[in-house]
Each structure stands twice: as C-alpha cells, then as structure tokens.
Design a binder for this molecule. Structure first.
Ligand code: AMP
Length: 310
C-alpha cells in the first residue's frame, strides 16, 4: 500500500497516519518528523533545515528529496508506506513519481484531509506536546488538567517553535501557495480522494479506512496476484518462446537443405542423361562408319569380280 496524505499543517494527517500504520502494518514517512529528529540530534542536515522550519518556510527540495530517496529504499518501505508531509510542492511530487516509477511501484492513493482555515489556526497555535509520551493537548479543544503540564507525568508541555501565530500564518500561506496545487496534480492522475478532517479522530479514521478498503485493497490484491502470475509465467513463457523459435529455425534450415539436395540430384541426373546421349551418338557414328567401310569393301569385291569375268 503506497499512500500520500495531503492536508494543511494541523489537518490531523500525522495523527491519522499513526493509526493507519498500526492497522495496515506499513511505515509512516514524515519529512517533518525526520527533520525535527535531525535538528534534535544536531546534525548538519538538521542545522541546515532549522531556520526555514522555525520561520514556517519550506526546507529546500534537494534536502527533502535526499531524505525521501534514502527512506524509500530502506527495507521496511518495501511492504508499503504512508507519506505524511511529503510532497509539499509540484516539483517534489514529480520527483516522487519518478522515484516510484524507477522502483516499479507507483503511488496508489493521495488522500486529502480537508479542514477549514480557522480550525487549523486554533489547532496549531493551541497545540502542546508532552515531551516523553508525545501526547498532544490543545489549549482550545483538549486542555490539560493543569495548564502547561502533562496529565500523566506533570512535565512541562512543549510548544513547537513553528506553532507560534506568526509561523503558523506563514505555514498556512505556504500550504495554500505551494501544496494546495497538489490536489489538482493528483486529481488529474485519478488518485485523489478527500475526507473531512473534522469530528472525532475515530470517525475520521473510519472514513479513511473505508476509502482505503474501497480503493486500494482490491487493487493491491489484484496487482500482487498479477505480479505473482507474471513472475511465475515469465521464465516459462520465455523458455517456451525460445524453444518454438529454435524449432522454427531448425525446420526452415532442414527444408532448405532438402531442397538443395533435390536440386543437386536433378542436375546430376540431367548431366548423366546428356553424357549417355553423347556416348550413344558416338556409337551410332562408329557403327555408321563401320557399315560404310563394309559397303566400300563389298563394292571393291564386286568390281574385282567383274574385272576378272571380263
Ligand atoms: P510538518 O511537521 O509536516 O508540518 O513539517 C514541519 C516543517 O518541516 C515544515 O514547515 C517545513 O519547514 C519542513 N518540512 C517538512 N516536510 C517538508 C517538505 N516535504 N518539504 C519542505 N519542507 C518540509
């Protein structure tokens, strides 16, 4: 199963991706998560991405494409994946299509989680995260019992640097300008499906699963069956085709040889006949000569006898 989750920041696609990987046992690939981990680990890549991330801008395509290329070729991505936060613009989508074409595994579905802008603003600016468990609170929709503290551990909740109002506005603008055109891109490919991203998480998840069951599961089963059948029959078919071709060639060569031999035989017979005819002609000529000689002899004898009687 190969899915792209589309949606503005705060649409809840990350939450849904986590539920989907549990249910379908596939990998979640979130470029945002990878970039944040690199930032935490203090790597060169993390440092390069941080400024753009904090300002709510997109990280450069070459950095993100490098991450994706590396991640998609890892063994755990072979069984399928959900891309969350990637692609973010048309060039990224085109690069992804090219990568998938090289792997012979095109995307099957682009799922848009659709949420209104005002809801997105509150979801993002109100989001607070428990550092150890990753539990997500929202000061508007799901506030912790004690403001700013995790209900379980009491630890101070984290407010992402790019969840402040200014960065959120910028992120939503960037989404509208750069990422929203992806909707038309995947629509044109016939791969786009949309779910409303409001209501309970469970409800949204059910709607997403219904779409996947209807769109991908039958297709994926049919594709894997066809692939298995092709894999099984290809060598056999190829061998059979080779044998048939070899047999045809041999038959043609044999027919050519037979025709050549027959031609030779006819030519030899004709030559023999001509030779025989020549011999017969010679014999006849010799006989005629002999007869002529004998005739002359008889004539001579008659003349001699006649002279004597005179
Ligand atoms: P997210 O957690 O998906 O909202 O991503 C957080 C930030 O990471 C974004 O605002 C971007 O700065 C950066 N980012 C994540 N994914 C991409 C991407 N595909 N292309 C460029 N920047 C990205």
């Amino acid at each position: 199963m190969r899915i792209v989750l589309l949606g503005a920041p705060g649409s809840g696609k990350g939450t849904q991706a986590k539920l989907l990987i549990e249910k379908f046992k596939i990998s979640q690939i979130s470029t945002g998560d990878i970039l944040r981990e690199e930032g935490k680990a203090g790597t060169e890549l993390g440092r390069r991405a941080k400024a753009a991330m904090d300002a709510g801008e997109l990280v450069s395509d070459d950095v993100v494409l490098g991450i994706i290329q590396n991640r998609l070729t890892r063994p755990d991505a072979k069984g399928g994946f959900i891309l969350d936060g990637f692609p973010r613009n048309i060039p990224q989508a085109q690069a992804l299509d090219a990568m998938m074409a090289r792997l012979g595994k095109p995307l099957q579905l682009a799922l848009l989680v659709d949420v209104d802008r005002e809801v997105l603003m509150k979801r993002l600016t109100g989001r607070r995260i428990a550092p150890s468990s990753g539990t997500i609170y929202n000061i508007y929709f799901k506030p912790p019992r004690v403001p700013g503290r995790d209900d379980e551990t009491g630890e101070v909740l984290h407010h992402r640097a790019d969840d402040n109002e200014e960065a959120v506005r910028r992120r939503l603008e960037v989404y509208e300008h750069q990422s929203a055109p992806l909707v038309s891109y995947y629509k044109a490919q016939g791969k786009l499906r949309t779910v409303r991203g409001v209501g309970s998480i469970g409800e949204i998840f059910k709607n997403i699963c219904d779409i996947i069951e209807a769109q991908i599961r039958p297709l994926a089963v049919a594709m894997s069956r066809a692939e298995a059948a092709r894999a099984q029959s290809t060598p056999a078919r190829r061998a059979e085709a080779l044998l048939v071709a070899a047999a045809k060639k041999a038959k043609k060569a044999a027919a050519k040889k037979v025709a050549k031999m027959a031609k030779k035989r006819v030519a030899k017979k004709a030559k023999k006949k001509v030779a025989k005819k020549k011999v017969t002609k010679k014999k006849v000529a010799k006989k005629a000569k002999k007869a002529k000689k004998a005739k002359k002899k008889v004539a001579r004898k008659i003349r001699k006898k006649a002279r004597k009687t005179k």
